[in-house]
Design a binder for this molecule. Structure first.
Ligand SMILES: NC(=O)c1ccc[n+]([C@@H]2O[C@H](COP(=O)([O-])OP(=O)(O)OC[C@H]3O[C@@H](n4cnc5c(N)ncnc54)[C@H](O)[C@@H]3O)[C@@H](O)[C@H]2O)c1
Length: 327
């Protein structure tokens, strides 16, 4: 029996962002229409090393795709000069149960997280959105900007990071890669006040911008916070936004951006408008006016990894990428 080994570069070549965005719409639509099996992810806590490793399996029934991701978030890594997140994906053939591929999951995670925001931006942002503000000049911040540029005619981007040097490096790299001017903001306010789309991809536990700076009609993708104690978006912004989530069960267990306002008694679960998949499947409308503020809150769901990994494997077989290994 042979399996295919795919490196980070193979994954990058196999799945361009625009195709990843469409794969996410299909995956979320299956999730929200009862066509996905997604057991709760299994966390292994490693307090001794300030780390967490998650095991994330899923099966997409309509597309007959199955995989599991092993992803680690080790908080001391940035101080060691290592990435915060490392991951590996195993794709299993849904017809035979045979292992089909092992691939880099670190870039795949950034790709699918960006692509989910790309799908949300495509379904929720104003069609003429032209200015984007990114908070967090890290790994996820890069694919956030790439994804928004893939679905809207972006003319200018702002980046804000508490670490100015990281923001400078990001601006130079992303401007060259995307052909869009990227400016470093001195303050959160400078980034947000002219933005049509805001992406937050930080490790912050407190709101990263002021609600007063958010203009009517703005779309926000908030992807950084993934525990009940972490948040990036101010309560006031959540309250005035049409709130769309990736997965109801996961959001209500993990999304501090929503759970903190609920705990404060400022809103209830009923304020959540829809899952992104309900909008992708045409079951609920997205934006209904140009002045509406829309908020996509993502904590990350295994269906994203399965859909992205399956699309990577399909392209890799077609283009003969990676290495076939006899087990
Ligand atoms: N929703 C999802 O599916 C998903 C997927 C992957 C990662 N994440 C989460 O996204 C977050 C970012 O991940 P990453 O891999 O890009 O990490 P990273 O370490 O590469 O980048 C995070 C950046 O945020 C900056 N930052 C911290 N606080 C800030 C603040 N208040 N304002 C502006 N910048 C600030 C840091 O200086 C750093 O540059 C993490 O919390 C991670 O767990 C979510």
């Amino acid at each position: 029996m042979k399996i295919r080994l795919l490196s980070r570069e193979d994954v990058r070549r196999a799945l361009p962002m625009r195709e990843a965005v469409e794969a996410m719409k299909r995956a979320f639509a299956q999730l929200s229409t009862g066509q996905a099996e997604v057991p709760l992810r299994v966390p292994l806590h490693v307090p001794r090393h300030n780390g967490l490793t998650l095991f994330m399996p899923a099966y997409l029934a309509a597309d007959d795709q199955m995989a599991v991701k092993v992803v680690s978030v080790f908080n001391d890594n940035p101080a060691r000069g290592l990435p915060l997140i490392h991951a590996l994906v195993v794709v299993v053939d849904a017809t035979t149960g045979q292992p089909a591929a092992v691939m880099d999951g670190t870039y795949l995670t950034a790709l699918r997280t960006g692509a989910a925001s790309g799908a949300a931006t495509d379904l929720l942002a104003r069609p003429d959105a032209a200015v984007v503000a990114v908070f967090g000049a890290g790994v996820q911040g890069r694919t956030q900007l790439e994804a928004v540029c893939a679905v809207r005619p972006i003319r200018k981007a702002w980046v804000y990071d508490v670490d100015r040097a990281r923001a400078e490096a990001y601006a130079a790299e992303m401007a060259a890669r995307l052909g869009v001017p990227v400016r470093v903001a001195e303050t959160p306010s400078e980034a947000v006040s002219g933005a049509d789309v805001i992406c937050t991809a930080t490790t912050s536990s407190i709101p990263v911008f002021d609600d007063a700076d958010v203009r009517p009609g703005t779309h926000i993708n908030a992807v950084g916070a993934y525990t009940p104690q972490m948040r990036e978006v101010p309560t006031e912004t959540v309250l005035r936004a049409k709130v769309v989530i990736d997965h109801r069960t996961a959001s209500l267990a993990e999304a501090g951006d929503l759970l903190i306002p609920i705990r404060e008694g400022r809103m209830t679960e009923a304020h959540i408008w829809a899952e992104l998949g309900e909008i992708a499947a045409g079951l609920k409308p997205g934006r209904t006016s140009p002045d509406e503020v829309t908020l996509f809150k993502s904590v990350g769901v295994a269906v994203q990894d399965v859909a992205a990994a399956a699309a990577v494997l399909e392209a890799a077989r077609r283009e003969n990428l990676g290495l076939e290994v006899e087990l």
